[in-house]
Every structure is written in structure tokens, then in C-alpha cells.
Design a binder for this molecule. Structure first.
Ligand SMILES: Cc1cc2nc3c(=O)[nH]c(=O)nc-3n(C[C@H](O)[C@H](O)[C@H](O)COP(=O)(O)OP(=O)(O)OC[C@H]3O[C@@H](n4cnc5c(N)ncnc54)[C@H](O)[C@@H]3O)c2cc1C
Length: 560
């Protein structure tokens, strides 16, 4: 049996950062369904927010984040995020990250949405890619054991404590039990639960669903971020950096319509606001072909576009056939980020002993109801590092948890029984059909604008889809690289999460941040200034409310 004191699941920024910090004191391994450098973190373009100059202040970063979160973010966690930020940026530089420089030779910073200051540190528009590769090299240098293309299947819980995992090695088509003292989940978001998303194919929320099935509490799942600027049709992200560098949004009349929605911040208002503005323009007949608006960089000049936004340019030329230095890009909003996730404290500890989480899979609640651009990359490294430290500390003082033969055997048995014959299947139905139906429902009924009866209908339809899913015959496990089986499993995770997202959205009868109810268009602090907590019950998720930590800033109306 494989044993590691600390097992990190996920090889993106949060996972690798956790691994590097835990490896200082404990035996660590990283299990990742993708080869680590292929993680979605590598697609991030815009940058990492942190206060580096004297004109900016940590206080201002905290306030922008609290306000951006529509007062649902936990202020103690936000304080950690913003205070640790500068130190972590410098640590990354020492590890080898070549941050883009300012003319004076310091670390350059660009403005992203919702920030009162140019605060995002970047490496051209390849920020995530560059940092991911540096962290991976450092992990190799420290000889951290990596299990690439191994999947977490189940958390093994003994006496209410996580004692290891059941994992699946895709190349050998083989399951393995791995014992550990601490498991750190860093499995990223669930973007693929929506038909229109900027997220990579692998972002299916596995960690959230697996933690939920094992009994962990998920929080604020109804808060889903929609990014305002994705290429029309393909939904490939056009980074906020494009607006940070001065891009304009224009409707079919050529008007910079953000003047009507956020006269001060204009294009750099927070994402929830800009996404709604774009949808409204399109809905009210001011879009191109009734479907999209323009993101216009043509006034910035070719030199700036080539130097600061080379990836944006390349993506737009390849996937929309438009060179943004000379013509505007057609764009529409799409799902982008998971604000909700496994509820944790500021050291990554979840409600399930032995289980920590960091990065997009976690909800330490620094983003509350709406994340600001540049705060997520920062979250992955700040809280990845903290979770790694806490994991090593726990591993140093706690004995190996008991993992009985019965628990391991039960888990293996339930895995094999999945493939046992006996289902009288009419294979007209398929994973693909079910997934397509679920993700379309999410985009059309649980999207940027929500309304009670459509949400109720979505919840019912998702239940039906879950029933259909249970009737499917899973693809046999015997072949190596059985992606049909992986897709089957991922569809199961997505269905669990959709039920929680839609159920939470139906329950929350107010509008806050990214959650906008046409039938309850106002924020309602009296009844809803609280986190939504979801636990797995007998018949689906059971919801309750938890307090928001408010330390410095009392809720105010949010204007931009
Ligand atoms: C296109 C795009 C651009 C973005 N740009 C920015 C930006 O400029 N600034 C910003 O702040 N944020 C940005 N974000 C958000 C940010 O990049 C992500 O939130 C962040 O990178 C997530 O990092 P992570 O380490 O939590 O997860 P990921 O990088 O998604 O990594 C998840 C890891 O978990 C592993 N995994 C998943 N499931 C399993 C399983 N079942 N078993 C084993 N391993 C598993 C995967 O292999 C992967 O290694 C962007 C996001 C997207 C999609």
C-alpha cells in the first residue's frame, strides 16, 4: 500500500504551492488527473493582485475585495489574502518568476476590474502559465513525488476522519488505496457544469463533489462568476487585462455603454456588473446580430497590444479571425469561476478532520458573492502555502490514522460493483446526452439572470437527469486511458454540484454579487447576509446558513 504523510490532490498553482511548503517538513506527494503543467492555472492571463508600491495600501486592497464581494466575503480571510500577498509575490520572484518590469525596473502592475489601483503583477499575459511552470520545476528540484494522470475517486473516512484515498491510475487502469495523515484538496473549479464557460475540459469540480459525498460542508455554491469578455461562440477568455490596458466595450451603435451602468469605473467595474450590462445591451436590442458586443483595442496601438497582450491577440486571431490591433473583437459573457466550494478556515481546514482544501476548490470566502480579477491567482498561492504549512504541522504531531481493512475493502467493492452486470440497459441514453442537457440548463436557467420559477424548474429537471445517470451502464474499467469512464465519473460530479448550485440559487431570495434574481433585484442584508452551507442529506443537499465574519467594514450600498 502506498503511504504519504501529506497527499496533495491537484497539480495547479494551489496544489504545487501547498506541496512546496509542506515538503519543508513532511513527506509529500502530489496526485493529479492532469500532468501538473496542464492544469487550468496555466490559462490565467491577467495577473496576481498584491500591493507592491507605496502609493497603494493593503487597507485599500482589503476594502476593494470586501466591497467587490458584496460584503459576503469573510473579512478575516480577506485580511490574510491581502497582507500575505506582497510577501508571496516576492517569494515567487525568488523562486524564478520573471515578472514584467516597470520602466524603473520594479515589478510592473496593471489595473483589473473593481480595484482602486493598478495592482496586478503579471508576466505579459501568460501570468498563470509562467508561475505554474516555475512551481513545477521547483517541485522537481525538491524531488516531490508526483502521480500524474492519477485520479482521486473517493476520500476514505474512518471514525469521522480522512485516513486516505482511493485513487485510479489511468495508464494502468488500476485502483490503489493511498494512506495519508492529511489530504489537501487543490482540485480547482467546476466551470464545465455550464455549457458556456472559459474553463478547461478538466474543470469538472471533482474535489468539491467528492468532499461533499464524504460529508464535508460546501459553502456559497450559488455564487458563480460569469466573465464579461469571452470570444463569441467559443467562449475562449479574453483577459480582463485587455480592459486593464485601456480596451473599450461598445454596443452596435458604437457607444461605450458602461457609462450607463458604472460611470466612474466604466469598463473596469467588477465582473458581475459588466456581465449584466452586456446581457442587458444584447437583450434590449443593442448587440450585434442580437448576440454579442465589441471589445475594442484598436485605439491602443499595435505596439502596446504586441507587448502587453500577445496572447489575447493570438487567441483572437486564431479563434475569431480578428486582429484586435486593427478591428474590435466580438464578445459575450460566459461562466468563469466558482466562488463557492469546500468550506475552510484560514489555514485550509475543512469541516472534515484530516481534509484541507485550497485554491478554487475551497471556499475560505475571500471572494464572497463576487471575485475581483487577479484575486484568485493570489488566493491559490497565499492559501496553498498556508494549507501546505498546516498540513505539515498536523503530519508532524498526529499519529497515522487508522484505516481498517473493512473501510478500504468497502470502497474497492463499491468501485467494482459499479461495473457488475445486471442492469437491463437500453443504451439509447448516454453520459454525453445527460451532460449536455444538464450544462445547457445551467447556462440558460441558472446563469447571469435568474428567476424563481425557472430555478425551480431547473432543480426538477436536474433531479430527472440524476435518475437517468443512475441507470447508465458505466464504461468498463479494463482498458488503459479509459476516458469514457472518466467522463462518466465527471458527469456524476457535475450533476451533484448542479443540484447544489441551482438549489442554493432558488433558496436565496435576494440579489448579491454574481447571484442576480430578477424577482428579487435588491440585496437583503436583513435576511441574507450569511453564507449558504450545503451538506449531503438522504435526498439531496440540505441547506443552512452560517455567519459572515465582519471585522472592519459594515455593509454599504455598492456603487461604482
Ligand atoms: C481562462 C482563465 C483565465 C484566468 N485568469 C485569471 C487571472 O488572470 N487572474 C486570476 O486571479 N485568476 C484567473 N483565473 C482563475 C484562476 O486561474 C483559477 O482560479 C486558479 O488558477 C485555480 O487554481 P487551482 O490550483 O485551484 O486549480 P487548477 O489550476 O484548476 O488545478 C486543478 C488541479 O486539480 C487536478 N484534479 C482535478 N480533479 C482531480 C481528480 N479527480 N483527481 C486528481 N487530480 C484532480 C487537476 O489535474 C489540476 O492539476 C482564470 C481562470 C481561467 C479559466
Amino acid at each position: 500500500m502506498i503511504m504519504h504523510e501529506v497527499l496533495i490532490v491537484g497539480g495547479g498553482l494551489a496544489g504545487l504551492m501547498a506541496a512546496l511548503s509542506a515538503a519543508e517538513k513532511a513527506d509529500v506527494a502530489v496526485l493529479s488527473k492532469l500532468y501538473p503543467t496542464r492544469s487550468h492555472s496555466g490559462a490565467a492571463q491577467g495577473g496576481f493582485n498584491a500591493v507592491m508600491g507605496e502609493e497603494d495600501s493593503v487597507e485599500a486592497h482589503i476594502f476593494d475585495t470586501v466591497k467587490g464581494s458584496d460584503y459576503l466575503g469573510d473579512q478575516d480571510a480577506i485580511e490574510v489574502l491581502c497582507s500575505d500577498g506582497p510577501e508571496v509575490i516576492l517569494e515567487l520572484e525568488r523562486l524564478g518568476v520573471p515578472w514584467t518590469r516597470s520602466p524603473g525596473g520594479g515589478i510592473a502592475q496593471r489595473p483589473l476590474g473593481g480595484a482602486g489601483f493598478p495592482r496586478a503583477c503579471f508576466a505579459a499575459d501568460f501570468s498563470g502559465h509562467v508561475v505554474l511552470h516555475i512551481l513545477y520545476e521547483q517541485a522537481l528540484r525538491r524531488r516531490i513525488k508526483i502521480y500524474p494522470e492519477w485520479r482521486l475517486i473517493e476520500l476514505l473516512v474512518e471514525d469521522g476522519r480522512v485516513a486516505g484515498v482511493l485513487a485510479y491510475d489511468l495508464a494502468r487502469a488500476k485502483t490503489e488505496v493511498i494512506r495519508s495523515k492529511v489530504v489537501v484538496l487543490a482540485t480547482g473549479g467546476y466551470g464545465r457544469a455550464f455549457a458556456k464557460t472559459t474553463n478547461a475540459i478538466a474543470n469538472t469540480g471533482d474535489g468539491m463533489a467528492i468532499a461533499y459525498r464524504a460529508g464535508a460542508v460546501l459553502a456559497d455554491m450559488e455564487f458563480v462568476q460569469f466573465h464579461p469578455t469571452t470570444l463569441y461562440g467559443t467562449n475562449i477568455l479574453i483577459s480582463e487585462a485587455a480592459r486593464g490596458e485601456g480596451g473599450y466595450l461598445r454596443n452596435a451603435g458604437g457607444t461605450r455603454f458602461m457609462a450607463d451602468y458604472a460611470p466612474q469605473k466604466m469598463e473596469l467595474a467588477p465582473r458581475d456588473l459588466v456581465s449584466r450590462a452586456i446581457f442587458r445591451e444584447i437583450k434590449e436590442g443593442r448587440g450585434y446580430e442580437g448576440k454579442y458586443v465589441h471589445l475594442d483595442l484598436t485605439h491602443l496601438g499595435e505596439a502596446l497590444v504586441a507587448e502587453r497582450l500577445p496572447q489575447v491577440r493570438d487567441l483572437s486571431m486564431r479563434y475569431a479571425g480578428v486582429d484586435p490591433a486593427v478591428a474590435p473583437m466580438p464578445i459575450e459573457p460566459a461562466q468563469h469561476y466558482s466562488m463557492g466550494g469546500v468550506r475552510t478556515g484560514v489555514w485550509g481546514e475543512s469541516s472534515l478532520p484530516g481534509l484541507l482544501a485550497a485554491g478554487e476548490v475551497a471556499n475560505v470566502s475571500v471572494h464572497g458573492a463576487n471575485r475581483l480579477g487577479g484575486n484568485s491567482l493570489l488566493e491559490t498561492v497565499v492559501f496553498g502555502r498556508r494549507a501546505g504549512r498546516r498540513a505539515a504541522e498536523l503530519a508532524g504531531k498526529e499519529p497515522w490514522p487508522v484505516l481498517s481493512k473493512t473501510t478500504a475493502a468497502r470502497s474497492l467493492e463499491s468501485w467494482s460493483s459499479m461495473f457488475s452486470d445486471g442492469k437491463q440497459i437500453v443504451q439509447e441514453d448516454s453520459t454525453f446526452l445527460i451532460r449536455e442537457a444538464a450544462t445547457s440548463i445551467m447556462t440558460s436557467q441558472v446563469g447571469v439572470f435568474r428567476v424563481g420559477d425557472e430555478l425551480a424548474d431547473a432543480v426538477e429537471k436536474l433531479k430527472e437527469l440524476k435518475k437517468r445517470y443512475k441507470e447508465l451502464d458505466p464504461p468498463r474499467e479494463a482498458q488503459p486511458f479509459n476516458y469514457a469512464l472518466m467522463e462518466y465519473l465527471e458527469t456524476g460530479y457535475i450533476l451533484d454540484l448542479c443540484e447544489i448550485i441551482a438549489g442554493g440559487a432558488l433558496r436565496r431570495t435576494e440579489s448579491r454579487g454574481a447571484h442576480y434574481r430578477l424577482d428579487y433585484p435588491r440585496r437583503d442584508d436583513l435576511n441574507w447576509l450569511g453564507h449558504t452551507l450545503a451538506r449531503r442529506g438522504e435526498n439531496g443537499p440540505e441547506f443552512s446558513s452560517g455567519p459572515v465574519k465582519i471585522t472592519r467594514y459594515q455593509p454599504q450600498e455598492r456603487g461604482y
